[in-house]
Write a protein that binds this ligand. Sequence first.
Ligand code: GAP
Length: 449
Amino acid sequence: MPNQPDVMEKLVSLAKRRGFIFQSSEIYGGTGSVWDYGPLGVELKRNLQERWWNAMVRSRGDIEGLDSAILMHPRVWEASGHVSGFVDPLVDCRNCKKRFRADDPKMKGTPGTPDAQCPACGMKGTLGEARQFNLMFRTFMGPAEDSASVVYLRPETAQGTYVNFLNVQQSTRQRIPFGIAQIGKAFRNEITPGNFIFRTREFEQMEMQFFVEPGTDMEWFEYWKGERMAWHRGLGLAEDRLKFHQHTSDELAHYARAAFDVQFDFGGSLGFQEIEGIHNRGDFDLTQHQKFSGKKLEYFEQGANKRFVPFVVETAVGPNRTLLALLVNAYREENVAGETEGRTVLGLHPALAPVKAGVFPLVKKDGMPEMAKKIADALRPSFSVFYDDSGAIGRRYRRQDEVGTPFCITVDGESAAGNSVTVRERDTLQQQRVSIDAVASFISERIAT
Ligand code: GAP
């Protein structure tokens, strides 16, 4: 029995209604498992990405940033093993024309045999034999659509980092151990995408490759496991919804010597699932690129006068999937003492919340709207605010609770004389009077963590 409730359906509806996430090309019936981020979704995703960039790049002296291209030389993907190894076994049903992963637990019998039963239409004997299906999207570069012009949409950002290893190391004069981090799009032609933005065909990754001396790799692997789990906790993800999963030898990717996933409990039947992978990739990738490009990718350690191919410890997290974890973790419905109507709250970490403060005039008269607009304009350069003067004040609070806004500032009858406003806190519902001059610092201090 799942411990955590299944809130996915409610979230999909809230995300659309309030402008977090829309289905791609919706007016044409939608594109399979591709999603667009609306005004609040893009703010939330950017806040998450900035938090990662600050933790992984800006606040450290030993990690450099990079933004490599999506399209790369096709040999990159031969060297990396993705052309031959990035495959899932796929089964077609001749009757309903649907496709499944051969390891789909809902499938009965062995595909290709008369007793095998299609998990969608229930027909027996219509499933073909399993065949290997490459998950990379292929396209053509330039006007000729022939085998010489095939390129791939990258399935991970990591390879762009490996081929730039020496460019970054030599231009920054970093010494091992050091890392290279990047945020960017990745594409996988997933056979079974779904669960909203959990598994999609176009997504983003925030990946960091840490280059270390061989022999020190497992020490760094443990270090990064600790750092990354602490980062997820710092997002406000509940302690009991986070755990590590160690890959068995059957699960290990073709490049990995050791791997741990950070898993989050999404609730319902989805339960614990990977949000980040931490991998010890050894010297697999750099050695492969040396072989295929014919160029040395060695590090020269001056003091010791020695050359070696570094080992790599990788941390790879998806902002889309982590954003879903944030929404699931934050969603709650509750009763409010003394009120008949309950409320829906997104208890997002204030630093991640897409809107930091709602600004309201209590009523639309007596100069209150003008004063509230002035306050909103003064706060805008510091953080995102939302001005709202429509409907009862209670409804305006509820609308902000539902999108996770941590503070609501209200201009009321005392504001003009006392040069002050009330600030209501989302989770405690407590209100306090704050001088207008102090509102910006009051909120900044509370969202800075
Ligand atoms: N470079 C290593 C690598 O790509 P991965 O475990 O395949 O490792 C890392 O991917 C992270 O990227 C995952 O933990 C997940 O958060 C995200 N991710 C992978 N495939 C995804 C998909 N189809 N949709 C959304 N996110 C995905």
